[in-house]
Design a protein around this ligand. Structure first.
Ligand SMILES: [Ca+2]
Ligand SMILES: [Ca+2]
Length: 263
């Protein structure tokens, strides 16, 4: 399920796998994965029509598969395939007024979260702020690091991450660019090389972009944020003296976090 979503939603992006050693204490119980497979076998519910003919029961008949009794009135008025009552009366696929998909009792939704701000810090010009620049340079010797502020993730109780990737437009290829989680609040209008936020020691992912779009998979990090950990955004860094460059939000093609969630 997750793989299919990545393939269809990412278009021509080349997806980059995450760093397998990045888990940051992620709970891997996988409880939310139950029931994601084999749902297509539940087709054919139509064969159960005709139950309404069972008159004469002292108690109301149970609802036929695919229908639900969600009110105080006798009769199965709700559909288990409806977003409002997805599989059960109290399972809604409507979040913040937006109706998402229901299939086989599982709600699914896609979110595109464009960066709120971005900026580089340049070791060669340690006191300068570059928030308004069109380019996010990433290089070493002297170093440039890029910082990306992302919106808060949707708050959906019980949701799990089917896919998550950071989409970037590379305007200059490079090698061994690392995606690092930021650990402190920061302000793009003030950030300089001399005043950086703290970085996680373990990279979320490492990739070597060519020109054009690239999607860096960040499922483990998205799970951490979804569970309520502070989201201070991401940095792009490198130890390799082979500069890469990415479009900043000032170009209109800045970083975007894509999420595929189910609950
Ligand atoms: Ca009813
Ligand atoms: Ca910027």
């Amino acid at each position: 399920m997750g793989l299919a979503i990545v393939a269809s939603a990412s278009g021509c992006l080349a997806l980059v796998d995450p760093n397998p050693s990045f888990d940051a204490g992620l709970d891997d119980s996988g409880a939310d994965d139950s029931g994601e497979t084999g749902k297509s076998s539940e087709t054919g519910k139509g064969s159960e029509t005709g139950d309404a003919g069972e008159t004469g029961d002292a108690v109301p008949t149970a609802c036929a598969e695919g229908s639900l009794d969600c009110d105080e009135i006798a009769g199965c008025e709700a559909s288990a395939e409806a977003p409002e009552t997805c599989g059960s009366c109290d399972h809604s696929c409507i979040v913040d007024g937006v109706t998402h998909s229901c299939g086989a009792g599982v709600c699914t939704a896609s979110f595109e979260l464009p960066a709120l701000s971005d900026v580089i810090a340049d070791e060669a010009m340690p006191e300068l702020n570059y928030e308004g620049d069109d380019v996010l340079w990433v290089r070493a010797n002297p170093s440039c690091d890029a910082f990306i502020e992302l919106p808060a993730l949707p708050e959906i109780p019980g949701a799990s991450v089917d896919a998550a990737w950071l989409a970037l437009i590379a305007t200059d290829g490079g090698a061994n660019v690392e995606v690092r989680r930021l650990l402190d609040p920061w302000d793009a209008s003030e950030l300089t090389w001399s005043s950086p936020p703290a970085l996680d020691e373990v990279a979320v992912a490492s990739f070597s972009p060519g020109l054009g779009g690239v999607g860096v998979r960040v499922e483990a990090l998205a799970e951490i944020w979804l569970s309520g950990a502070p989201n201070y955004g991401l940095a792009l860094t490198t130890e390799i003296n082979n500069q890469a460059a990415f479009a900043s939000i000032e170009t209109g093609e800045g970083p975007v976090l894509h999420l595929e969630l189910s609950w």
